[in-house]
Design a binder for this molecule. Structure first.
Ligand code: CA
Length: 231
């Protein structure tokens, strides 16, 4: 049954060309209380996003003609739509696709096959962390950063970090659970980050983990993709 849309129901656009999967998703997301629109190809997706802005887009990467990456870039390159969160759907084991999708502007991903429950949890997490963040103190999972005083504590204990480590940790802690590729980390850390290779990001992460002690386990490697701060 389709519920009437209301102001507190997040609206979703689901883009998927496999009709069986699309129906399962439509049913599950509708039952969860989302207001759901669907598209089966990239052209329709771009048109629907421009007609009426959804709160979040679930986007399959493998679409006929205009693929998900191109849809992602089109949405990100338009002023009115560039900040809409995108959760992409990718094939299992396609780590290169995940990296390309994140770098094209997707906020998160779910690999097929997945249960609707997993996707719903991911949608809520992305909606939560897409709220604008200020310049103030950030805190998650026992780690607290005060940018003004350049102070970091992990489980209440003070930690001495270099400017680069501080910026890297701040980037990760600002959006717990969000996966960043090495290239995104390099691009997003404009301050105090002199090194520009993938390998140097890995070196920073190793040092950061060591300094954070037990909380360092939260700086997680996502194999073949990048890093995230565990929720
Ligand atoms: Ca597909």
């Amino acid at each position: 049954m389709n519920r009437p849309p209301s102001a507190n129901q997040p609206s979703l656009l689901v883009v998927e060309d496999e009709q069986d999967l699309l129906e399962v998703l439509r049913f599950s997301l509708d039952r969860e209380g989302f207001s759901v629109r669907t598209a089966e190809n990239g052209e329709d997706a771009i048109r629907l996003v421009r007609e009426q802005r959804p709160d979040l887009i679930v986007l399959d990467l493998m679409l006929p003609t205009i693929d998900g990456l191109a849809v992602c870039r089109a949405i990100r390159s338009t002023e009115k739509t560039r900040d809409i969160p995108i959760v992409m759907l990718t094939a299992r084991g396609e780590e290169a696709d995940i990296v390309r999708g994140l770098e094209a502007g997707a906020d998160d991903y779910v690999t097929k096959p997945f249960s609707p429950k997993i996707l719903i949890a991911r949608i809520y997490a992305v909606l939560r962390r897409s709220a604008p963040v200020g310049e103030g103190v950030v805190e998650a999972g026992g780690v607290r950063l005060d940018p003004e005083r350049h102070e970091v504590t992990a489980d209440g204990k003070q930690v001495d970090l270099t400017a680069t480590e501080f910026n890297l940790l701040r980037l990760l802690v600002l959006k717990p659970g969000r996966v960043y590729t090495r290239q995104q980390i390099i691009d997003l850390m404009h301050e105090g980050f002199v090194a520009v290779t993938d390998r140097s990001v890995d070196v920073q992460v190793v040092s950061l983990r060591r300094k954070l002690g037990a909380a360092g386990e939260r700086v997680q490697t996502v194999r073949g993709v990048g890093y995230r701060f565990g929720e």
